[in-house]
Design a protein around this ligand. Structure first.
Ligand code: AHR
Length: 583
């Protein structure tokens, strides 16, 4: 994809009140005056997540102090290889808020991600509301999708919004994804209708690669103004007199690659222009609900990506009133190796262990780019938005390779849990994430085939994690133990904890080991625990999947969890994800 830029000045008056200098979040209100919630909670001491893993230690020097203390408390822990795991949770020690936007979704015009997966058209025999599948909407409502990123992806940098409005839609091509016909029947109004039905916010990516600032600015005016402009009248004539809300604006996509193969400096010049001129006019979004702008960020850990993050963040640190950004995007897929060679079904323990090892690299990647961001933004005003993540396997046989069709197994559920836990641990910086992709593409929540629909193991992880949306992160200390397969060594367990707004405690514990159950004993302090309930997601095999014929192979089941003397005990099946609620 080659960028062809025609920069057109768009003389709109400077409106200082449109500029928001912080990610939209409760703590933004007092960000300037107060230290971060993490610092507030533990003045003068260290907060870091304490995760002592025998083969690998992700420890700051500060954490090491706590590590030694906790390690001595765990002298009774049986030798490595045992199935007993002790955890300790201090409920009065709060960390950052886990932004519900980390449970965001991504929908691209790619394969059957939109057409067939979401959009069937009003005349379809598949039950729908104004062309949008009822079954898919109902399933998504149940996982409380906070935001949906659209229309791409690489597609976004070739998308021209005017093709997708009005009675007569231009029929175009989708050269990125299989070269198929793009009917444009799903455009702005249909997307906005869809997210409204789901109850999510819009995260719209504008075309920087082959569009113009004027085209993007006019799109935003079309969507958001209440003034009687020609574009406002056109929107009303197309059926929506009220302005739309656009929560998040993506300024380009992977501009270092499919979005125009730009250098960091070239992209930076585009970012400044788009940030300046692509305005949201919705009167309800001029204050707290301001649209947040997300710049293209890194796509890996190599030097070219660190240079990218440095360039954008350094410029942001010195930015003037005329441009701003609130988030920096990061894309990281679990591929194993490129091009994708791992299969999504019919694999064994070797591939299970290798993919999980690869996915755990997300932690280091976030830490690396967060550290660069900290240099220029110690107050963490700019969020890191991991707005494309998930497993990317070799396409299923007999499918269009450009449609990125893959199955979704128990391994993907575990992969999802591990990533969500990583995001939660980095909650002070990672305030958005969008799994790729929502329906029928890559690590999907939902798979459809005409009138049939099945919910994937990954879907159930998102469902089990709903209580973590907006909850406050709590540090949990544990000795993870080790799970080994051939030359791959992984932590046996992973865990996070949080307190929700009703004061309930939530714990998630993943047992990565496919061959060994784990007995958990968790010491809960700072909380009067009376009872606990738990749900587990597991299946007979690491590559077990849900199919249209057998949709309940990988579904959550209630399991027993006991509270006695302030201690929580429970049994974790091998290769399982368990969410425990303590009250
Ligand atoms: O999700 C598929 C593609 O992966 C997206 O279009 C692109 O942004 C990324 O490379």
């Amino acid at each position: 994809m080659f960028a062809e830029k025609i920069l057109m000045a768009f003389p709109l008056a400077y409106k200082p009140e449109f500029i928001v200098d912080c990610w939209r979040h409760e703590i933004c209100d007092d960000f300037e005056e107060k230290p971060s919630s993490k610092e507030r909670a533990l003045p003068g001491c260290c907060f870091d997540l304490l995760r002592v893993v025998s083969h690998q230690a992700w420890l700051s020097p500060c954490t090491l102090v706590v590590a030694v203390a906790v390690a001595s408390a765990f002298l009774t822990v049986p030798a490595m290889g045992s199935e007993k795991v002790e955890l300790s949770l201090e409920a009065s020690t709060a960390g950052a808020q886990i932004d519900r936007n980390i449970f965001g979704q991504f929908v691209e015009h790619l394969g059957h991600g939109v057409y067939g997966g979401i959009w069937v058209g009003p005349d379809s025999t598949i039950p729908n509301a104004r062309g949008i599948r009822n079954d898919v909407v109902a399933a998504l409502k149940a996982i409380k999708v906070p935001n949906v990123r659209w229309p791409g992806g690489c597609f976004a940098d070739e998308y021209h919004w005017r093709n997708g409005i009005g009675q007569q839609r231009a029929v175009t091509l989708n050269p990125n994804w299989g070269g198929v016909i793009e009917p444009n029947t799903f455009g702005t109004h249909e997307f906005m209708d869809f997210i409204e039905q789901v109850g999510a916010e819009a995260y719209v990516s504008v075309n920087v690669g082959s569009g113009t600032p004027r085209e993007a600015a006019e799109w935003m005016e079309y969507m958001t103004t209440v003034q009687p402009t020609t574009l406002e009248k056109e929107r009303a004539a197309n059926g929506h007199p009220a302005p739309y809300k656009v929560g998040y604006l993506g300024i380009g996509n992977e501009s270092w690659d499919c979005g125009g193969n730009m250098t960091p400096d070239y992209y930076l010049s585009q970012l400044k222009i788009y940030s300046r001129f692509v305005r949201n006019f919705n009167p309800t979004q001029q204050d707290k609900q301001q649209m947040l702008k997300i710049a293209v960020g890194p796509g890996g850990g190599e030097p070219r990506w660190t240079e990218w993050t440095q360039t954008i963040m350094k410029a942001w640190q010195q930015h003037t009133w005329s441009w701003d950004m609130n988030g920096l995007s990061m894309h990281s897929y679990t591929v194993g190796k490129w091009p994708p060679a791992f299969t999504s079904v019919g694999f064994g323990e070797k591939e299970y262990a290798e993919i999980l090892k690869s996915t755990l690299e997300m932690d280091e990647l976030i830490a690396k780019h967060s550290a660069i961001m900290d240099e220029y933004d110690p107050q963490k005003k700019v969020a890191l938005a991991v707005d494309e993540w998930g497993a990317w396997y070799v396409p299923l046989p007999n499918t269009n390779p450009g449609f990125l069709v893959q199955q979704n197994s128990l391994r993907d559920a575990i992969l999802a849990a591990l990533n969500l836990n990583i995001f939660a641990r980095h909650a002070d910086r990672v305030r958005m994430a969008n799994i790729a992709q929502m329906v029928n593409v890559l690590q999907a929540m939902i798979i459809t085939d005409k009138e049939k629909m099945v919910l994937t193991p990954t879907y159930y992880v998102f469902k089990m994690y709903v209580p973590f949306q907006g909850a406050t992160f709590l540090p949990v200390a544990f000795k993870a133990g080790t799970y080994r397969h051939d030359d791959v060594t992984l932590p046996r367990v992973d865990a996070i904890a949080a307190k929700d707004t009703n004061g309930k405690l939530w714990l998630e514990i993943t047992n990565l080991d496919p061959g060994q159950a784990v007995e958990v004993e968790a010491t809960l302090t700072g909380f009067q625990a009376k009872s606990a309930t738990a749900e587990t997601l597991t299946a007979p095999k690491v590559d077990s999947v849900n199919t249209f014929e057998a949709p309940d192979i990988v579904v959550p089941k209630s399991v027993s969890a006991k509270i006695e003397g302030g201690k929580l005990t429970l049994h974790l099946d091998p290769k399982s994800i368990t969410v425990i609620s303590v009250q």
